[in-house]
Design a protein around this ligand. Sequence first.
Ligand SMILES: [Zn+2]
Length: 415
Amino acid sequence: MSLVQTTVVTGTGDSIIAVAMKLPTDPAENLAALIRCPSVTPTEGGALSALETMLKPLGFAVDRPTFSEDGTPDVENLYARRSGNGPHLMFAGHTDVVPIGDEAAWKHPPFSAAIDNGEMYGRGAVDMKGGIACFIAAVARHVEAHGGPKGSISLLITGDEEGPSINGTVKLLEWAASRGEKWDASLVGEPTNPDALGDMIKIGRRGSISATITVNGRQGHAAYPHLADNPVRGLMTLVDALLNPVFDKGTKDFQPSNLEVTTFDVGNPATNVIPAKATASFNIRFNDSWTAETLQAEIHNRLDKASGRKKYRKGRKEPVEFELVWRDRPSHVFLTRNDKLIDALAGSIKRVTGRKPKLSTTGGTSDARFIKDYCPVVEFGLVGKTMHMVDERVPLAELEQLTQVYQQFLADWFG
Ligand SMILES: [Zn+2]
């Protein structure tokens, strides 16, 4: 913890008391306070209150809007801003965590923040209370040393990232923007490093779309297939057309787009009955040679063309009769091209860790896909190895290193 820095004067009349306050410069102490809050989505669990306690002495104005939507739990979120003259940097993240799984399997209780052999244990240690703890420590050190950066810093923290993500970042961004908030850049503190701190910055994300295909056939006796129409043959015909040929070979910044068939269901308990219906679902992670719309058009086109193929349906005159339903909302692909932001972050990482980070677009989607509609966004946090696992934990040395990276980044980006 830091030297005594801020003095808050309270009291009424002639009894004035000067209270010395400690600034939250120690990332391990910040993280322990957050881990001790059992904030499994959608529960706030005290985590946002803990953040507020850290941010107020640093001069942040804190708001905690709750968002609702029919059919989903209400979720509390936090937006904090420290205003200054200059550019505006937003740090984004979430304090909600995934469930603990089998508590008995944990070496230390998952909400205890126990330290063992130089590592802090707890749900959320790396995903991503650790990233938030380090960023706040970095800001606190900057405030302590220089009185804070020449510009504005805000924290956009949701409690709905690991859940349905409906009452979280999307609404919080809209809420803040409607109050006139504008940002020049955003840093998301999700764990981005596969093995060691400094391995990887995420500068974009693939898009994602999902759908279910249902093929209607005609039920019958397996010994008299000419009297029936086996929908499994039809579904195989369609799925084959989705898998071949591949969508693309990848682009300069992205790996090849990929389709995975995630279910193939008939639900038929009898081996001598041709079923009436078969369904399959698939998910596609796609790169910047597509948009969700062009890829959906490609899928429709492939299915329409394939429906007349005979490979698995010899002697059938009629085309495969199918229905395609798109699931969820598509996630759009994006790539950040902002040299000031990327160079400041990559340079800070190199200086602190000695590593030159890979600029990557791999992995799943993240809340960065919503932020990119407001300002350029990059992602850099802890090493992700133990996220969502039993015994999620982070080395204290890594917390210190990430704090130093963020500190350097604040100095360089605000210049
Ligand atoms: Zn996360």
